[in-house]
Every structure is written in C-alpha cells, then in structure tokens.
Design a protein around this ligand. Structure first.
Ligand code: ZN
Ligand code: ZN
Length: 81
C-alpha cells in the first residue's frame, strides 16, 4: 500500500509568467525585490522591478548631492575671494 514517492525536482522558474527560462541558482534573483528571474529578466529594467524607481531616485539623489557639494564648494571659494 505504499504510494510511490514522487520526487519532483524543484526548479526555479523565472518569476515572469510568460518566460520559460529557468533560474540559474548561482546567479540568483534580483537583489532589490528578491524575486527569482532568469539571466535576462534579472536586470531591474527587464522585469519592471518595483524598486526600480526607488533605485533610480537613490542614484539621482546621490548625483544631486554630489553636484550640490561641488557647487557649494565653488561658492565658498568665490566667497573667499
Ligand atoms: Zn525570464
Ligand atoms: Zn527586482
């Protein structure tokens, strides 16, 4: 009466529904949303990562603060003269 043990090999499939690529575990998933994606959709732009805008905002803020620092540095120089 022993039911045969069906050992299904679990393979991570790309989180995108219409994508049939399997996920390479070594590469892993998106570092931002922690979902598993194939090598193509891993790039935040390619899976429309919900943290993408957040990431871009962060980058923008970094850039802006850098520019601000530069401009204030210039300003203080001018003030010295
Ligand atoms: Zn994919
Ligand atoms: Zn993501």
């Amino acid at each position: 009466m022993d039911a045969p043990l069906v050992t299904k090999k679990f393979r991570h499939r790309c989180t995108l529904e219409n994508c049939n690529f399997s996920v390479m575990k070594l590469i892993g998933g998106c570092t931002s949303c922690k979902n598993y994606y194939c090598h193509i959709h891993r790039i935040p732009d390619n899976h429309k990562c919900k943290y993408l805008s957040h990431l871009k905002e962060k980058e923008k803020m970094k850039l802006e603060s850098r520019l601000l620092n530069e401009s204030t540095a210039k300003k203080s120089k001018i003030n010295c003269i």
